[in-house]
Design a protein. Structure first.
Lengths: 345, 345
DNA sequence: AATGGTTCCGGTAACGATACCGGCAACGCT
DNA sequence: AGCGTTGCCGGTATCGTTACCGGAACCATT
């Protein structure tokens, strides 16, 4: 590795002191214009780049943000794109680490970044995580920390998420309006806020229409296609099988769809299906799957903005929680009453 | 931000010198066992974490790898996972930057990381990139650099990619064997190696079966669904329309599929379709789309291994190019001759 | 001629860590 | 007694940068 030019080299060549070069570089007022020009010219020639490490060490900030995500699926990578957008603008570089939904990995990643590599964190917790000590360490160091998407009450930090309850409500109400009577829900892991909130929305909708919730129709299963597939098979083998399923992610909706097709049932006639996330795939399968769309890119941007506010304000922002609105997108999988005179929006 | 404990604090409290603490910390041989224990105990108590910045500054390496990717779609994020796996094992932390297929963004990201944030790069170039000066800067600094997936001859660096030509060949030969006569190809942007290589494979297969390539059936279009959709519409409106399409990515295959369905054509009877990447989505649509699978995770791992070799060997590895084999996965979209007595594997 | 205000610049400490050199005991050996 | 060896430790320079203090040179004012 070739040695890059430093401020010292410039000083030596111009026969001036290091401090003067440093000042000239930062365009400080108390430097002679000629000197400034000479410094600039030479630094250009030597292709001088200030050493970020030395800078960070000196002023105790790195201008890096650590972003910890459980994976990089469609939704999260869109959110990360949003974070990136705003962060770059504000002069931050983001370091993305995926924990692969693994608790251990999450800890390792956090610890690594914590070692003076970043100024703070933007976090979406892994589905496996039930203990938050590694994140609390961040707070002990009084580093800025923002949570997004998967927000948890166990972490007192500013956050941004979508209105999951509303999303769950929209999905469920829509199914009810379509005349479905026995609506099952594939909720995610119990320890995840987004699971419970979407479940709450489901329950709220049932309540509004005076439908008594049936315990057997509420399934907590892992956040993936395979589990959803199996869970759906079990649902469909029940004596009184459900006539609609709401899954709290599209991955799970796909799993459910496969089980439904295998069973020879038709959507939406025999059974209705609504997913969550509105990933591109749901519009490509047949029938298209209704899904609750969330403003992922926007959410990422808000997360980064919150982070930057936290840095600047430095006041306690832990009470701040921004909530964005999701919106149900209706497709064939759940539409059995053709809309007339605008009853279905 | 609370001030973390440093080596100095420990030295002061124990009334010994900084150097001794430093040695004790690194478990050097010439430190008294008692002293060592005392240091360890106190560092535990103070929750001492060595400052990575200071370390990096001193020994001129960061143990970070900059990973530059055009996006984080299914394939690339799988590859990144592979990189992560190996890098973590070897004590490196990866910094992922997505360029969003934008040339300018790629430059900004590279420059940022270049400022002493990383020890080297693992790169997949953006589809927009036609000039490689920003990457050459990396080489001028004699930093390790590995290219992966999207390898380009303009960059003399060790790399790993799949055998794109073979992939293109497999796809095309399969279509020919299925009796398709006019096979079109949606190739990607002309400046991208993977486009041309897959195109070469296509041409090679045609040649093997003595089919004269038709210029009108070779379309260079951008790497996305929308362009592929439009290009396919045009193809299908030709007087002598093709009876099969090979797209060099699944995104494009989806675009093509939409155009085909809209036109009312049936797959595989009226028209055959083969994509590339074997993303999960292709098995979910109806009909399932045949696609060339690539070992993405493995490829990421190899990229990281190459990087680490480059660091250690320090010899010129620019001639090294690992090539992994892709494998066509056949689905309904291209299968109109039912396999019998094993003719189709 | 002494004073004061600018303008410009240099020296030095500091950030947190390591590497190198050298020094002081204690010990064993001739 | 004198010597070298060994075990253990401290001092200091260094990485590249900035912050702070102080000082020289110059001009203008009283």
């Amino acid at each position: 590795m070739i040695k890059p030019a430093t401020i010292k080299d410039i000083a030596r060549k111009l026969n001036i002191s290091i401090s003067t070069v440093s000042r000239a570089m930062r365009n400080a007022p108390d430097v002679n214009a000629d000197t400034k020009r000479a410094v600039m010219a030479l630094s250009e020639e030597l292709n001088y780049q200030p050493n970020k490490l030395a800078l960070s060490l000196k002023q105790k900030q790195t201008h890096n943000i650590g972003v910890i995500v459980p994976n990089l699926d469609y939704v999260l990578s869109t959110m990360v794109k949003g974070i990136d957008e705003v962060a770059l603008e504000a002069g931050y570089t983001v370091m993305v680490c995926q924990s692969n939904e693994s608790f251990g990995r999450e800890i390792v990643n956090t610890r690594r970044l914590l070692d003076s590599l970043v100024d703070g964190f933007i976090i979406s917790v892994s589905s496996e995580t039930k203990v938050f000590d590694h994140f609390k360490k961040i707070q002990e160091k009084q580093m800025p920390m923002v949570v997004f998407d998967r927000v948890t009450p166990y972490l007192k930090a500013p956050g941004v998420r979508i209105d999951n309850e509303d999303g769950g409500f929209q999905a469920t109400e829509h199914l009810i309006e379509q005349g479905y009577k026995r609506i099952a829900i594939l909720a995610g892991p119990k320890n995840l806020g987004i699971s419970n909130q979407r479940l709450d929305g489901y329950l709220k909708a049932l309540k509004k229409y005076r439908i008594k919730p049936d315990e057997d129709l509420i399934i907590n299963c892992d956040f993936n296609q395979q589990y959803a597939y199996i869970a759906t098979q079990e649902l469909l083998n029940m004596k009184k099988r459900p006539d609609a399923i709401f899954t709290i992610s599209d991955r799970m909706a796909i799993g459910a769809m496969l089980a439904i097709k295998e069973k020879g049932l038709r959507m939406p006639q025999d059974i209705g299906l609504v997913g969550f996330n509105n990933e591109p795939v749901v519009s490509l399968v047949t029938p298209g799957i209704s899904s609750v769309d969330q403003p992922a890119f926007e959410l990422g941007k808000v997360a980064a903005k919150l982070f930057i506010e936290t840095v600047h304000n430095n006041g306690d922002m832990s009470e701040v929680e921004e909530i964005l609105k999701p919106k149900l997108i209706i497709r064939e999988s759940s539409l059995r009453i053709q809309p007339k005179n605008g009853r279905i929006k």
